[in-house]
Design a binder for this molecule. Structure first.
Ligand SMILES: O=C1O[C@H](COP(=O)(O)O)[C@@H](O)[C@H](O)[C@H]1O
Length: 232
């Protein structure tokens, strides 16, 4: 499916415009079905966007928020994506939203993935909104180059689920929604910032193996158009 690049003069402009687009999409879903879902990324990029989105005037009590991926760490860990969402998105008007975490306090990451799959089963078929990020190594969600479960995560026939991922560049073991869970969102966004990420995107858009730069799976095979939001 095609992708469209939306470029902005500043990160603040991007945050405001993306927040408006996401708010419109969630409101349209609520008008049509009485509920809406959004899966967001962690990392350093989405903070300003989360803060902008949290102020938008929508029926947040009808919105379910989850993460596209998470580290296998509790929510009070500084590296937790849940902590980032708590501090920046589940604020202001968005306090009324329901949050479904991927981290589960289980004995193993495999058990946590099983529980997260169970708890997220009723949301996002498909998600109304998915916001992906991208690392400098071309990973997205926790689809890491060299990841222990990468082939399974990227296989379009793997059922919608949360699975585990371990990789050298990942730090902690990870929990991630599979490609099949994310690729058909009504609004599928890739949010990246900085010249370095633009170069990584250009490389990913060229030829080469998906396993080397897993973002290629999304750019090449997502059934929804990919809306790329970029600012310097
Ligand atoms: O590990 C992760 O990194 C990516 C990109 O993060 P950024 O700090 O370069 O913005 C993120 O999309 C993913 O959700 C996160 O777990």
């Amino acid at each position: 499916m095609a992708s469209t690049l939306h470029s902005f003069a500043s990160a603040a402009d991007l945050a405001g415009s993306l927040a408006d687009k996401v708010a419109d999409t969630l409101s349209a879903a609520i008008a049509a079905r009485g509920a809406a879902s959004i899966a967001v990324s962690g990392g350093s990029t989405p903070k300003a966007f989360f803060q902008a989105l949290s102020t938008r005037d929508i029926a947040w009590d009808k919105v379910t928020i989850t993460l596209v991926d998470e580290r296998f760490v509790p929510a009070d860990n500084a590296r937790s994506n849940h902590l980032l969402v708590d501090a920046n998105l589940l604020q202001n008007k968005a306090k009324a939203a329901r949050f479904v975490p991927l981290y589960q306090p289980a004995a193993s990451v495999e058990e946590a993935a099983r529980l997260a799959t169970e708890k997220s089963a009723e949301i996002g078929i498909p998600f109304d909104v998915v916001i992906l990020g991208m690392g400098g190594d071309g990973h997205t969600a926790s689809f890491f180059p060299g990841g222990s479960n990468l082939a399974r995560a990227l296989d379009a026939s793997t059922p919608r689920s949360v699975i585990t991922m371990e990789a050298e560049g990942a730090g902690e073991p990870r929990l991630t929604f599979t490609f099949s869970s994310l690729q058909d969102a009504a609004l599928l966004v890739l949010h990246i910032e900085g010249e370095g990420k633009k170069d990584v995107l250009a490389k990913a858009e060229g030829s080469g193996d998906e396993a080397e730069m897993p973002i290629r799976a999304v750019l090449r095979r997502a059934t929804s158009p990919v809306e790329i939001y970029w600012a310097p």
